[in-house]
Design a protein around this ligand. Sequence first.
Ligand code: DC
Length: 218
Amino acid sequence: MKIPVLTIDGPSGAGKGTVSRAVAKKMGWNYLDSGSIYRSLAIAVMKKKCDITDVDTVVNIAETMKLEFECGDELVVKLDGKDITSELPFETIGNTASIVAAYPKVRAVLLQKQQDFQQEPGLVADGRDMGTIVFPNALKKVYLTASAEERGKRRCNQLLEKGNDANLAEIIKEIEVRDRRDQERATAPLKKSDNALYIDSSDLSIEKVVEEVLNLVR
Ligand code: DC
């Protein structure tokens, strides 16, 4: 029997990670945070102080970097044996990830790494192209979004809660720039799969979104 996959695609800050983890936990399924793979590559490139416009070097790093994922209550990611979990959430990392993710050769190298997550008894895969490219035959697909303003507010609150500075207008601008890059790239752009359930979480609680997604899968 084919191992079932639920894909949850959408822009950053729409709540994909929280919803995906909650659904995976309820279903007892595995979880793929594909953004963390692109973020890990961004960290690897930045640590090596490489020129991110040098595509061949970036591709070479993507081919040789060793990634390990430990999926407990929190996702732990190791890059070449070193725990990089705490470095992943920064916007500079997300932005660099979005730049290197636009290179078709990088996406080709990372495709199999993502497909390898399809393990028994099932998989919840979160990203931009999960339903369109990586798992086109997924059992169920969701496109989860929210207005840039609402996503900016959520991101701002997360930063303030952790004691960081945050400027809402700047954050919304960063979100819009990254959305545009992810949506307008030629290879595997962020877009809704034809057969995906569209959910706008702007006015919905996380619990309500999780309930809707669980209803779809069950
Ligand atoms: O979901 P995230 O914010 O962690 O993703 C960071 C960047 O990685 C995102 O802006 C674009 C890229 N990405 C991608 O191109 N394809 C995916 N499936 C996931 C992320």
